[in-house]
Design a protein around this ligand. Structure first.
Ligand code: HPA
Ligand code: ZN
Length: 326
């Protein structure tokens, strides 16, 4: 319909997207066959039936085991290339994509295999349809700070291919402060910093405070619980922090899109953006996230334009490239 075409036509950046969360059941079967891996499911419908989550933990329990079909560089290439093709069809011009190297190196897949595979897809998609893409290395927060630091050391030779670092996986009992030294070292090496502060987690506000005031992040992923703390909202606004919200993902891991919080922050002048998180698992690419939010919260076109413009403002594009979009 009309609104769908309008949203598709809006130039957008996507800033909260996990490459491993773009594994569609069809590709999962193709990679399993190519690599001689047996799957418990035999049809796409059976795989979709396992995509039934009620919180972050139940999502992660399906998400990580599925990654075992990714073994060789062409597998990582195909995953990223398929996503970039879909993003382009959604009107995405620029994307900053998370990946979880530890979910692969811990299974014996070399770091270089993962990054080289993803990088080849970025170069190809840029050449074929002009989309620009960057990689953000996410540390798994339910693993040790030592493992994260060792992973950062492995990433240093690839600094030109990786724009920043983030923090994902199970937040319970794994606060930002656990990784203070890792993020400090990453900043020193020239990486930009972001972190998940997932929705309605235990100690959400304290985690947001640590990310902003102790780590000094450049951006926050999710983070809409900040509305509960006026002082922190003011700090985030003052620092110009971008928030990468994910309405459809929110509706899986809590039971709401958190549209009230998203709009509250937008209307108070914070740099709020809309993203898909793990689109293959939550069944919605970025355009669908704008649409579902628009329907649910009765957004007018001006608000949708503001959200799309924010996606560039919150991006890590250089000022010269940013100029072309705003
Ligand atoms: N939160 C934490 N870990 C994740 C997410 C998320 O939104 N997506 C993929 N891994
Ligand atoms: Zn995420």
């Amino acid at each position: 319909n009309d609104l769908a075409a309008f949203v598709r036509g809006l130039p957008k950046a996507e800033l909260h997207l996990h490459l491993e969360g773009t594994l569609e059941p069809e590709l999962k079967f193709r990679l399993a066959a190519r690599n001689g891996i047996e799957l418990a499911e035999t049809t796409v419908e059976q795989v979709r039936q396992t995509y039934d989550f009620h919180d972050l933990t139940s999502f992660l329990q399906v998400y990580y085991p599925a990654m075992r079909v990714l073994r060789h560089a062409p597998d990582f290439h195909d995953l990223a290339y398929d996503y970039l093709t879909r993003a382009h069809a959604n009107g995405v011009r620029h994307v900053e994509m998370f990946f979880d190297p530890q979910a692969h190196t811990s299974r014996g897949v070399p770091f270089d295999t993962v990054v080289s595979g993803y990088r080849s897809a970025i170069v190809r998609a840029r050449r074929e349809f002009g989309i620009s893409a960057e990689l953000i290395l996410c540390f798994l927060r339910d693993h040790s700070a030592e493992f994260a630091m060792a992973t950062l050391m492995e990433a240093l030779p690839y600094r030109d291919w990786i724009i920043g670092v983030g923090l994902d996986s199970d937040e319970r009992g794994n606060p930002p402060s656990k990784f203070a030294a890792v993020f400090e070292r990453a900043r020193g090496a020239g990486f930009l910093l972001t972190m998940h502060c997932d929705i309605d987690q235990q100690d959400s506000i304290e985690h947001i405070r640590q990310a902003l005031e102790e780590i000094g992040v450049d951006r926050i992923d999710h983070g809409t619980n900040i509305v509960e703390d006026e002082r922190l909202v003011a700090v985030a606004k003052e620092k110009g922090i971008g928030f990468t919200t994910c309405p459809v993902s929110n509706s899986f891991v809590t039971d709401q899109m958190k549209s009230t919080e998203i709009l509250d922050l937008l209307d108070r002048g914070l740099t709020v953006t809309v993203n898909s998180d793990d689109p293959a698992y939550f069944g919605a690419y970025v355009g669908e996230n704008y649409l579902r939010l628009a329907e649910h919260a009765h957004l007018d076109r001006a608000r949708l334009i503001a959200l799309a413009e924010n996606s560039f403002r919150a991006s890590w594009l250089t000022p010269a490239r940013l100029d072309g979009y705003l």
